[in-house]
Design a protein around this ligand. Structure first.
Ligand SMILES: Nc1nc2c(ncn2[C@@H]2O[C@H](COP(=O)(O)OP(=O)(O)OP(=O)(O)O)[C@@H](O)[C@H]2O)c(=O)[nH]1
Ligand SMILES: [Mg+2]
Length: 434
């Protein structure tokens, strides 16, 4: 696998990791490296980041020694490097230097399954490559970037290369934009009068796909690798009947169907070039009636991972969806993989996250089903609206987001009878007549 992706000899499967600065994530970087089939043979860190060479001069010398000792063929840094930092580090270490951004881009590339994800990754890579064309940043060509960077050193050639990259980026953006519009139309059609929707979001490897599989009977690929899922998938979760302890079958315990969407996982220090790749995840989250935030209860950085997901959702949504879209908070916090945490820790988690669902999707995902149904029931609000003609945009905004029971155009504006999810209802509160 390594050779396939890195296109190089055996040495380059051995990597030394380097992290500098306050926010260091060496264990996670190690897992990212392993996801690409690399073997971690050494680690080095420093509390301060150096502008010239990522780590200071002394550490750079240490790095050189470590690389020589271990026979590593690759240095992987925990942060994105400027082209000149990469050159400095490469010169000292004498081997290829790959930064966190390129590593994640390569993982996305290896895991992209559908045409849209492939285009997203290509766009991310071109965005990464564009400012690095001049320097002929070695890692790019050696890691299979090839082509454009290796063609020629001449100034004219460089200009030509940049133009080619920009044109390709433009074409990809257009294609993706078209796809996105089509998706929106499709989504709106599905949504009108359709079952309520639930988006499953969370840190990478938290178990989102396992949950989707458990609840929908699907068999999508899950693996103990980061970024296993890159495409959003929506599946119907049939409601059927709940347990009938207190009622006759078919009575009030009937559960409604809902659609569940599995999404791309988030990660700390998400490369900005890849934000676009999360567009459909973020759209799914923005359009869903409720959001389920799924986290790995066994993770040592549980709280940090939950926060990362919340922040990434809030920060990137406006970028992807433009103004006016707002991010809702999760309705359900699901702490998954309870089977791998101790009884003590489970008790602690129950105290710390009293509202959460602590469960193991591997064993039994039904506790989540109950929580989702309750949240859905809470989240729907029926209301009558009068929207003045001047605010007509708000009416079209309702299509795809609301169940519309009746609509009438009057001289004052548009009168509507709708059922909305709670966050959407807040937006329309000013126009409510009943
Ligand atoms: N022990 C245990 N492992 C679980 C549980 N749920 C999921 N896993 C494992 O955790 C790993 C990741 O699960 P996925 O469902 O692929 O996680 P994901 O959130 O979809 O990950 P990405 O698609 O990479 O973002 C797999 O090896 C699963 O088998 C659980 O309840 N208990
Ligand atoms: Mg997944």
């Amino acid at each position: 696998m390594t050779e396939e992706i890195l296109g190089q000899g055996s040495d380059e499967s051995k990597a030394v990791l380097v992290a500098a600065g306050e926010d260091r994530q060496l264990p996670e970087l190690g897992r990212l490296a392993q996801t690409l089939g690399l073997r971690v043979v050494g680690e080095l860190e420093q509390g301060r980041r150096d502008g010239v060479g990522y780590v200071g001069r002394g550490k750079r010398e240490e790095l050189k020694e470590l690389v020589d000792q271990t026979g590593a063929g690759l240095v992987v840094t925990d942060d994105e490097l400027s082209p000149s930092q990469a050159r400095v580090l490469e010169k000292v270490a004498g081997v290829t230097v790959v930064d966190r951004t390129l590593l994640i881009i390569r993982i996305f590339e290896a895991h992209a399954r559908d045409a849209a994800s492939r285009l997203e990754v290509e766009l991310a890579e071109l965005t990464y490559r564009l400012p690095r064309v001049r320097g002929g940043y070695k890692a790019l060509s050696r890691l299979g970037g090839g082509g454009v960077t290796t063609r020629g050193p001449g100034e004219q050639q460089l200009e030509y290369d940049r133009r080619v990259i920009r044109e390709r980026m433009e074409r990809i953006r257009k294609r993706l934009e078209e796809e996105r519009s089509a998706r929106k139309v499709r989504g709106a059609r599905l949504k009108r009068g359709g079952p309520p929707s639930v988006a499953l979001v969370g840190y990478t490897n938290a178990g989102k796909t396992t949950i989707l599989n458990a609840l929908s009977g699907e068999r999508r690929s899950t693996a103990d690798r980061l970024f296993e899922t890159l495409e959003t998938t929506t599946r119907l979760v049939p409601g059927g009947y709940g347990d009938h302890e207190n009622g006759k079958a078919g009575e009030a315990s009937a559960r409604p169907d809902f659609v569940l969407t599995d999404t791309v996982g988030f990660i700390k220090k998400l490369p900005t070039q890849l934000v676009h790749s999360f567009a459909s995840t973020l759209e799914a989250a923005a359009d869903a009636d409720i959001i389920v935030l799924c986290a790995d209860a066994g993770s040592e950085k549980l709280e940090e991972e939950i926060q990362t997901v919340r922040e990434t959702l809030a920060d990137t949504l406006s970028e992807v969806d433009g103004e006016g879209s707002q991010c809702q908070e999760e309705a359900v916090l699901c702490l998954n993989k309870s089977d791998i945490v101790s009884e003590d820790r489970r008790r602690e988690l129950r105290i710390h996250y009293p509202e959460s669902v602590l469960m193991s999707a591997r064993r039994d995902a039904s506790p989540l089903l109950g929580a989702i149904n309750e949240a859905l029931a809470r989240s729907r609000v029926r209301m009558q609206l009068l929207i003045p003609h001047a605010q007509h945009g708000l009416v079209s905004g309702l299509y795809g987001r609301a169940e519309i029971h009746a609509r009438e155009d009057t001289t004052q504006g548009t009168e509507l009878d709708v059922t909305l999810s709670e966050p959407q209802a807040k937006r329309y509160e000013n126009y409510r007549t009943a």
